[in-house]
Design a binder for this molecule. Structure first.
Ligand SMILES: Nc1ncnc2c1ncn2[C@@H]1O[C@H](COP(=O)(O)OP(=O)(O)OP(=O)(O)O)[C@@H](O)[C@H]1O
Ligand SMILES: [Mg+2]
Length: 443
């Protein structure tokens, strides 16, 4: 289907109850975060956050990386690109040990067995930090930015009753949701004004809102950095969305690809080297290089993908803990044909990475098959696929092979913003989706 057509909303701000004049949605992603809002005074619809300036890279983007810089006493300093850029300066000046940098922390709430106010997550150097400080600081810095942005448009609005909406993956437990509410409350986003919605459900609301012609049954699949979120929806005769079964999901997102690559590196050099690497130099740069792998594979046909690599530091650590330099350690490993060094950069064979992506794609296919089974007797023959990882050709080819009779829609624009925009629409009308009673989490 080409392009996105805007159809007039059947539900708009008039459906808001009470004196809510502003709906603000925040989507904290595993990789990157974004917010959007709508104002009752303005019928233009959903506004996306002011673009985020990446700083030295000279780019502006709609989402900012999910990371935070805190002081040693857990005072929030910066989030996103600002946090990354400041942290780099601190490293250059050897002052980074006076600060705490926490990167890509969202999935900690997926993995953790015992989520509580005392829960700790590791900062980039592996030091434990209270999770509540990390999440609540992220919310409070986002809230500050949102408020100043909205004040610039209409200063009266922010004093009104605001409906806040936060998005979470379907795979999260009730405990994780409760924890998020606690963190939001700490950031003065009060529970009475807070709706928590499932990411794929929000995306479905958005797609239903903007697509002129949607089939009356479909799966909405949000493939993000951390999770695959899957929702089965049916459009009723009155044009409302009905859940066919409860949304479900798993930890099968794009990050699974760079995690596999990182595990290879750990297998090659050993745990001690990696632990030391984390505490020295710009480990963040290496993580970001690995994270770009999915994007590099999609946008280039090169036989090898090159990554900036802290070779001098790795050589030093390999000499210390393995008695030889990195190249020699690599030569002794089973990865010696998949990875090699050239001009100080690590080069990785394309097919090797494609193998990693295919592993994740196969897991996502299983998750989809699980939902299709749950959704029986509805024979669903349309998928709408959104989220950054859905841009991967490996993912697309795998879906085509696994579901040859299904019509698969990849929105050409806005696909990565469907979750946050849908969350605003959902906040405007919490009755947008009629829930079903069954539960069906994969976890
Ligand atoms: N062009 C591309 N090709 C392949 N993968 C891509 C592309 N662009 C982004 N990705 C991958 O998409 C993922 C990020 O997607 P997205 O922004 O939807 O995730 P998120 O919202 O941060 O995570 P989640 O929703 O799972 O918490 C990353 O793993 C990234 O590598
Ligand atoms: Mg997402």
């Amino acid at each position: 289907m080409a392009g996105i057509f805007v159809k007039s909303s059947k539900w708009n701000l008039n459906t808001l109850t009470g004196n809510v004049k502003l709906v603000i949605a925040i989507d904290i992603g595993t990789t990157s975060s974004v917010y959007a809002y709508s104002m009752s005074s303005d019928l233009c619809g959903v506004h996306l956050n002011k673009l985020w300036d990446s700083g030295d890279r000279g780019l502006c983007s709609s989402k900012t990386p999910t990371c935070i810089l805190l002081s040693k006493t857990f005072e929030p300093i910066y989030i996103g690109y600002d946090a990354q850029n400041e942290y780099k300066l601190l490293i250059d000046e050897n002052e980074e040990d006076d600060y705490i940098f926490v990167d890509k922390f969202k999935m900690e709430l997926y993995d953790a067995k015992n989520i509580s106010d005392e829960m700790k997550i590791d900062d980039i150097k592996g030091h434990p930090v209270p999770a509540i400080q990390v999440f609540s600081s992220m919310f409070s810095l986002l809230k500050k930015r949102i408020e100043s942005e909205i004040k610039n448009i209409d200063s009266r609005l922010i004093n009104n009753n605001v409906q806040w909406v936060l998005t979470i993956p379907a795979a999260w437990t009730d405990r994780a949701e409760f924890f998020i509410r606690t963190c939001a409350e700490k950031a003065e986003i009060h529970n009475d004004n807070l709706m928590i919605v499932i990411e794929s459900e929000s995306a479905s609301v958005y797609m239903h809102h903007v697509f002129k012609e949607l089939p009356n049954k479909y799966l909405l699949i949000d493939l993000g950095g951390g999770t695959d979120d899957i929702t089965a929806h049916r459009v009723s005769k009155k044009g409302k969305l009905h859940e066919i079964c409860k949304p479900s999901g798993n930890c099968h997102g794009g990050k699974h690809v760079d995690k596999q690559l990182f595990s290879c590196l750990e297998e090659i050099v050993g745990k001690q080297v990696i632990q030391n690497l984390k505490t020295k130099g710009n480990f963040l740069e290496l993580l970001n290089e690995f994270e770009n792998i999915n994007y590099s594979i999609s946008t280039s046909n090169a036989k090898h993908i090159a990554c900036k690599f802290p070779l001098p530091l790795l050589n030093e650590l390999c000499r210390k803990y393995r008695g030889k330099e990195f190249q020699e350690v690599l030569n002794y490993s089973k990865y010696k044909t998949s990875l090699f060094l050239k001009n100080g950069k690590l080069r990785i064979h394309r097919e090797f990475i494609i193998g990693f992506i295919s592993n994740v794609a196969a897991l996502v296919v299983k998750d989809i098959q699980f939902v299709l089974k749950k959704a029986k007797p509805h024979d669903i023959d349309t998928f709408i696929v959104v989220g950054g990882f859905s841009n991967s050709n490996v993912i697309r080819d795998t879906f085509e092979n696994a579901f040859p009779t299904v019509s698969i829609i990849y929105p050409v624009s806005d696909g990565d913003l469907a979750v946050v925009k849908g969350a605003v629409l959902y906040g405007q009308n919490p009755n947008y989706i009629k829930p079903c009673k069954k539960t069906a989490n994969l976890k």
